[in-house]
Design a protein around this ligand. Structure first.
Ligand SMILES: O=C(O)CCC(=O)C(=O)O
Ligand SMILES: [Fe+2]
Length: 271
């Protein structure tokens, strides 16, 4: 099955068109970073299998206890020979013109029962933003591990050369050139690997807070999460980020985070 990003604007990324003849399918998966998705069928009928998280463990590839990482999942639910195995799985037929909403973190599989064209969009809101952030940091750690061999080389080449000193209130800290190069390199690889990195994450958060601003509400207040809820979801992420090296090294992103923080604190105070 093919999918294409329709837009290059990072704030509107993760929009896809799916097209495939009868019998093609998208194997069991969970959407990127635990995002939600909606999927609208333009033509053709699709069958969906949606697995509630409470019974997800039944579809692990290997039975038994798992380590700290994510368990590997089956590729194709139709391989299960025991019909009882699918008890509790939501199996839905989607007609043209119908839209399905996939909850955050739910594993799902989709089969084209006829030639199908559909469009979908992955998105997040304040309710799942922590999950998205944690998933992005997990990808970042994988990138760091995979290029860890360049770290001693960077330190050797750049020695104890200082890049700038970072001031935060009373405290001052020297930031070294190797740290700047390392952080930049990790962000670049992460962006190539995952399609986004911390800069785009914080741009997305700020963009969302700005459009939710009272001056241009995208939805009436009763359909939006309460301001104090949004604040309680976003502030802990900001505080977590402020303890990271990227906070000190990525200057443009720091400016974005500070703007987001000011909006969130104002939201809290207005309640
Ligand atoms: O339509 C498909 O084949 C896959 C769609 C999907 O996985 C989604 O919308 O999250
Ligand atoms: Fe999906």
């Amino acid at each position: 099955m093919t999918h294409h990003a329709l837009s290059l604007d990072p704030r509107n990324d993760y929009r896809f068109t799916y097209m495939g003849p009868k019998g093609t399918f998208t194997p069991l998966h969970r959407d990127v970073y635990g995002s939600y998705s909606w999927s609208s069928n333009i033509i053709g009928r699709k069958r969906w299998w949606l697995i509630p998280p409470a019974i997800k463990h039944r579809f692990h590839k290997h039975a038994g206890p798992h380590g700290p990482g994510e368990a590997e999942m089956l590729f194709d639910l139709r391989e299960l020979s025991d019909p009882e195995a699918l008890n509790g799985v939501m199996i839905i037929e989607q007609a043209p013109g119908e839209t399905i909403h996939v909850p955050s973190g739910w594993y799902h599989q989709v089969e084209n029962l006829e030639f199908c064209i559909s469009i979908n969009h992955n998105y997040a809101n304040s309710h799942i933003i922590r999950n998205i952030y944690d998933n992005l940091l997990a990808s970042l750690r994988r990138v760091e591990e995979s290029i860890a061999d360049i770290l001693p080389l960077l330190k050797q080449r750049l020695g104890s050369e200082k890049a700038f000193s970072f001031t935060d209130g009373e405290s001052r800290e020297d930031i070294f050139c190797w740290e700047v190069e390392w952080v930049d390199e990790v962000q670049k690889v992460l962006e190539m690997d995952a399609g986004w990195a911390l800069a785009v994450f914080w741009d997305m958060v700020l963009y969302n807070l700005e459009v939710s601003d009272r001056s241009s509400p995208p939805a009436p207040p009763e359909l939006r999460p309460a301001d104090d809820y949004v604040a309680s979801q976003i502030l802990p992420i900001i505080y977590d980020y402020k303890n990271r090296r990227e906070w000190k090294v990525l200057g443009d992103t720091r400016a974005t985070v500070l703007k987001a923080e000011a909006i969130v604190i104002a939201m809290q105070n207005d309640v």
